[in-house]
Design a protein around this ligand. Structure first.
Ligand SMILES: Cc1cc2nc3c(=O)[nH]c(=O)nc-3n(C[C@H](O)[C@H](O)[C@H](O)COP(=O)(O)OP(=O)(O)OC[C@H]3O[C@@H](n4cnc5c(N)ncnc54)[C@H](O)[C@@H]3O)c2cc1C
Length: 407
C-alpha cells in the first residue's frame, strides 16, 4: 500500500478510518463535499446503541484509540416505551442501553469530536471539494438512495432530560417515533418506512401526540431530517476500494441505528489497509450477520400493523419481568440465530431488489415501500395547530434542513 490514503466523506465512518491510518503514520487526505463535518445533520440528537454487542461501545472505541470524551454524550438506561394503544411502560437496565449524541457542526457534536481527533492525528481534511470516487481508497460518502426517511422538530423546553420511543403505525408508518430531551433542547422525530405524499403531516400529528402526553411547553427552533440507505452489496472491497458506513450499506434495517456500524466499519477498513485484518472477512463475520438479522426483523415488521407492534411491546415488558433487564430483549432481537437464518431466503426474495451502481457494484437494496391505504388520514385539529405554529416560526426565520414532500 502506498503511504498516501484518500478517503471520500468526512462523516463518522470516513473519519474513523482516517484517525486509525494517520496514527499509524499514513498521509491521510479526506475529501468532503460539504463545508464541515456534521453539516449533513443540523443539531439533531441520535442514539448510539449498546445492544448489538456485549461489549460497551465506548470501551470498544477506547480500545481502537478513539476518545469518547471528544464529544458530548448522555447515557440512558431507561426509556418511556409507548405502545400503539398509548400505554406507556419503562424498559430499564442497570447499565447503558444507549448514549445520546448531537449531530452537527457545533463543537460538542460527535462529528466535530471525530474531526478534532482526526486533525490531532495529522489528517488533512479538504472541505467543500468534489473528488472523483475512483481517486479514493475508502468510500465513506453516506447514503445514496432512500429506503426510509425521518423528520423531526427541534425545540426549547423546560422538561428534564428524557427519551421516549413510540411504536405507532399511524404516526410512523412501519416504524417508530421518538422524543429526546437533553439540557433544555428537545427533538420529536417520526420515521417513515413507507413513502408518503404530504409527509409533513406525520410530523405534525406526532408532535401533537407528544404535546398532549408530556408537559413540554414546546418552543420550536427548526426542523431537521434525512434519509437512510439499506443495502447489501455483493462485495465490501471493490476495484481496490473499501466501502464503509452507509456507503457500504452498513445500516440497521430494522430501526436505523447506523452510527455504530459506521464507526466500526471505518476502523475495520483502516486495520485492513494496515494489513492487520481482512476487511471483507471482518465485515462478513462481524457486521453482516447483524445487518441480516436487522433485515429479517424489518421483513417481519413490514408485515405488522399496530397489533403486531403491541405484541412486540408486551413481549419486551414480559421479558424484562422475567430477566430483570430491559436491554436483554433488544440484545435478543438483534442476535443472529437459526430461526431468522431460516427466514433469510424469504427476506432476500420478498423484500430486497437487485441493482448495479454506476461504478459496476451489484447490490440488494431495500426499496422505499409504497404507502398503504391506512396511511391516508385527515389531520387532527391539534396537528393543524402544530402545522400553523411551524409556518409562523418559518416566517420568522425557522429553517428546515430537509425537504419533506409537501414543502
Ligand atoms: C434523521 C436521522 C436520524 C438518525 N438517527 C440515528 C440514531 O439515533 N442512531 C444511529 O446510530 N444512527 C442514526 N441515524 C443513522 C446515522 O446517522 C448514519 O448511519 C451514520 O451517520 C452513517 O455514517 P457514515 O459515515 O456512513 O455517513 P455520514 O456520517 O453521513 O457521512 C458521510 C459524509 O460524506 C459526505 N459526502 C457525501 N457525498 C460525498 C461526495 N460525493 N464527496 C465527498 N463527500 C461526500 C457527506 O457530506 C457526509 O459528511 C440516523 C439517520 C438519520 C438521517
Amino acid at each position: 500500500m502506498s503511504e498516501r490514503v484518500d478517503i471520500l466523506g468526512a462523516g463518522l465512518s470516513g473519519l474513523s478510518s482516517a484517525i486509525i491510518l494517520a496514527k499509524s503514520g499514513k498521509e491521510v487526505h479526506v475529501h468532503e463535499v460539504r463545508q464541515d463535518s456534521g453539516a449533513r445533520f443540523d443539531g439533531d440528537f441520535q442514539g448510539i446503541e449498546n445492544w448489538t454487542s456485549e461489549i460497551d461501545f465506548f470501551d470498544e472505541m477506547r480500545e481502537w484509540g478513539l476518545d469518547p470524551n471528544s464529544f458530548k454524550s448522555n447515557p440512558f438506561g431507561v426509556v418511556d416505551l409507548v405502545h400503539p394503544d398509548d400505554v406507556i411502560t419503562n424498559p430499564v437496565t442497570n447499565g447503558v442501553a444507549f448514549r445520546v449524541v448531537e449531530r452537527g457542526t457545533d463543537s460538542h457534536c460527535i462529528d466535530q469530536g471525530f474531526k478534532k481527533m482526526a486533525l490531532e492525528a495529522g489528517v488533512k481534511i479538504h472541505y467543500g471539494v468534489k473528488v472523483n470516487p475512483s481517486q479514493c481508497d475508502i468510500i465513506a460518502a453516506g447514503p445514496k438512495e432512500s429506503s426510509a426517511v425521518a423528520f423531526g422538530e427541534i425545540f426549547e423546553t423546560g422538561h428534564p432530560n428524557h427519551v421516549t420511543f413510540q411504536l405507532n403505525d399511524k404516526l410512523a408508518p412501519g416504524a417508530y417515533s421518538y422524543m429526546i430531551i437533553i439540557d433544555g433542547v428537545g427533538l420529536i422525530c417520526t420515521c417513515l418506512w413507507r413513502k408518503q405524499r404530504k409527509s409533513g403531516r406525520f410530523l405534525d400529528e406526532t408532535i401533537a401526540w407528544y404535546d398532549k402526553h408530556y408537559d413540554l411547553d414546546r418552543k420550536p427552533i427548526k426542523r431537521v431530517g434525512g434519509k437512510g440507505d439499506f443495502s447489501l452489496p455483493e462485495k465490501y472491497v471493490f476495484d481496490g476500494r473499501y466501502y464503509v458506513g452507509e456507503a457500504g450499506g452498513l445500516q440497521d434495517f430494522m430501526w436505523g441505528f447506523g452510527m455504530r456500524y459506521a464507526i466500526t466499519s471505518g476502523v475495520l477498513a483502516a486495520k485492513s489497509m494496515l494489513g492487520e485484518v481482512s476487511y471483507e472477512k471482518e465485515v462478513r463475520t462481524k457486521l453482516l450477520p447483524l445487518v441480516k438479522v436487522s433485515a429479517t426483523n424489518r421483513f417481519i415488521m413490514n408485515r405488522m400493523g399496530d397489533r403486531g407492534f403491541k405484541a412486540v411491546a408486551k413481549h419486551w415488558m414480559r421479558d424484562q419481568k422475567k430477566t430483570g433487564d430491559g436491554l436483554g430483549f433488544m440484545r435478543l432481537i438483534y442476535k443472529p440465530g437459526i430461526f431468522r437464518r431460516m427466514l433469510w431466503p424469504l427476506v432476500r426474495f420478498g423484500m430486497l431488489t437487485k441493482g448495479v451502481t454506476s461504478d459496476g457494484r451489484s447490490y440488494l437494496r431495500m426499496p422505499f415501500r409504497k404507502a398503504l391505504k391506512r396511511d391516508d388520514w385527515k389531520p387532527s385539529a391539534e396537528a393543524k395547530l402544530v402545522a400553523a405554529q411551524w409556518k409562523n416560526i418559518q416566517r420568522t426565520g425557522g429553517k428546515t434542513s430537509f425537504n419533506s414532500s409537501d414543502q
